[in-house]
Design a protein around this ligand. Sequence first.
Ligand code: IPM
Ligand code: MG
Length: 366
Amino acid sequence: MSALVSRPHRIAVLPGEGIGPEIVAQALKVLRALQGHGFEFEAREAPVGGSAWLLTGTPLPQPTIDLALASDAVLFGAVGDPRFDHLEPALRPERAILGLRNAMGLFANLKQVSVPAELAELSPLRAEKVSGVDLLVVRELNGDVYTGSPKGVRAAPDGPFAGEREGFDSMRYAEGEVRRIAHVAFKAAQRRSGRVCNVDKANVLATSRVWREVVIEVAREYPAVELSHLYADSAAMQLISNPGRFDVILSGNLFGDILSDAASVLTGSIGLPASALLGEGPRGMFEAGHGTALDIAGRDVANPLACIRAAALMLRHSLGRDDLAHRIEAAVTAVLRQGLRTADLAGGTRVVGTGAMGDAVVAALG
Ligand code: IPM
Ligand code: MG
C-alpha cells in the first residue's frame, strides 16, 4: 500500500442508552452518506453507561476506554437512567462520562449556540431577543469542584451543625489549569467576534479570584480580543435577558455546566446544539450533550439534530474535514428552514420522526 493512501478515520461509537442509540444511528447515517471522495471511516461500537453496567458490571469497561484511546474521535450518545440511582456513585452511568473525560484528557467543552433570524420562532424567548444570537460557551471540563479533593461525607468538624453528617467538595483551580482553558477561549474569540466574557464568582470565591487573575494575564497575549467579566448569577440573568451581548463565554466546570445548558435552550431545544470535548491533541469526544430522555426512547420521536451536528464538530476538530462539517451544518439548517420539526420543536410545517429527520439531512447534503 502506498504511503500516500490514508487509512480510514477510526471512530469509536458509544451509543449509551435511552435515545442515545437512535440519535447516534442518524449521525452515522449522515457520515456514511459523505463517504467516498477521500473520506472513509471505520466505526467501532462499545458499551457505555447503564447499558455497559448491565452487560459488564461497570459503566465504563476497560475495553471501551481502550477503544476510545485507539480511535481518532469518539461519537457519544447519552447515558443515565434513574433505575441505576441506587448504585454507589462509582457505578452510576454518569461516572462513565467523567471517566472518559479523564482517560482522554479532555479539558475543554465547546458548545456553540446560534439562532439564525428565521429560526428564532423556535426559542422559548421572544424572537427579537434571540434573533442573531451566536455565542460559544467554553467550559473547563476537568477540574473545579467536580474533581477537587478532598471530597466526601463526614461528621461536620465545626459550625452550628457540628457532628452532623455533611457532604463536602473542594473547589480548586491551579494557574496552569486556568491558563490552558483561557487560551482555548481567546483563540476561539480571535476566529469569531473577538470578545471573551469571563464568568466566575470572584466576589465570593478564592478559586475565582485566582481564576480571574490568570484570565486577565492570558488576555494580554491577545490584544485584539476584548475581555469582560461577569459574576455567574449575573451571567445567568444576562443569558435570558440579553443573550445577544455574548460572543465567547469562558467559565469553570460547575458554572459552565449550568450556563451551557441554559444557553443551549435559547435555540428552542436542548436537542439542537452540539458539544465538542477537546484536549491537547486533535482527538476529541463529540456529543449532543443532552440526556437519555427515557420517556421517549425507542419511539422514533427523539430529535437527532444535535447528534448530527456533533458529527460535524468531529469532522472539524478531530478529522481535519472542515469542508464536510460545513456541509452537514448547512444541511441541518436547510431542513429546519424547510419547516421540518421533531416533536420537541415548536412551529414548522411538518412533524417528522427521528429516522425521517436523519433522511432529510442526508437529502439536504447536496
Ligand atoms: C454534562 C453533564 C455531566 C456534567 C454529568 C452527567 C456528569 O451534565 O455533560 O454537562 O455535569 O458534566
Ligand atoms: Mg450538564
